[in-house]
Write a new protein. Structure first.
Length: 229
């Protein structure tokens, strides 16, 4: 009998400019070694979006994720979050006001006068962020930024996976893995096949530092939580 096709998938939640926590997550899960170098393995990594805003080093977060994706494109998937969507449309005054009300100032500050060069149309970071997918699916497990709102009745819609809030459901999927809305407990939570992974980074409300690792195969769906300091 052939071996089951399965993968360990590290889930990196909304980091919101917390480059220190992003790096700690990469090392705690052994995706990179103690020197920050990519570790050879078959493990995949999915980042759920909201790299930008709120925290102090969003530019460093973007550059780190770009770098590891360039080194291992078949293993690293970075998804678009609603904060990337707002930043990409910050040339629209109405969107810019909303963005700044929701932590966009930290991104402007961190780019130190180079926002237009990097994050307006034609910029290197703009092009990368604009090309990020809205979801990733493997073995009928869905990874997306905001989840599937119950009002969607299982439909995968662009505004939904960027902006929906609980109550959420898994719809037609074996499981849904998402961020976007910080959990009340400050820990990773799973209810009825919906994994919510937003720890509140960048909001100043984080209570725990932990990472979800899923093992996904045709007949396997297992989880473990990696805790770190």
């Amino acid at each position: 009998m052939p071996a089951e096709d399965k993968r360990d998938i590290i889930v990196i939640p909304d980091v919101h400019g917390r480059e220190d926590v992003l790096e700690a997550m990469l090392r705690a899960t052994n995706f990179v070694d103690g020197e920050g170098r990519l570790t050879p393995s078959d493990t995949w990594l999915v980042q759920l979006g909201d790299i930008l805003d709120r925290g102090p080093r969003p530019r460093a977060c973007v550059e780190r994720l770009m770098s590891i994706q360039q080194q291992a494109p078949s293993r690293v998937t970075v998804l678009k979050g609603n904060h990337e969507e707002m930043a990409l449309h910050a040339d629209d005054p109405a969107v810019k006001r909303l963005w700044l009300l929701n932590g966009g100032g930290s991104t402007l500050d961190d780019y130190e006068g180079e926002f237009e060069r990097f994050l307006l149309p034609g910029g290197k970071h703009y092009q990368w962020l604009d090309g990020l997918p809205l979801f990733f699916e493997f073995k009928n497990v869905l990874f997306c930024h905001a989840g599937l709102g119950k009002k969607r009745k299982g439909r995968l819609e662009a505004d939904g996976v960027l902006w929906d809030r609980p109550p959420l459901e898994r719809g037609p999927y074996r499981a849904v893995v998402c961020g976007h809305t910080p959990t009340a407990s400050g820990h990773i939570e799973e209810v009825a096949g919906v994994w919510r992974c937003d720890l509140g980074l960048g909001h100043g409300t984080e209570k725990a530092l932990e990472v979800l690792v899923l093992t996904v195969g045709d007949s396997t769906l297992a989880s473990r939580i990696v805790h770190f300091t």
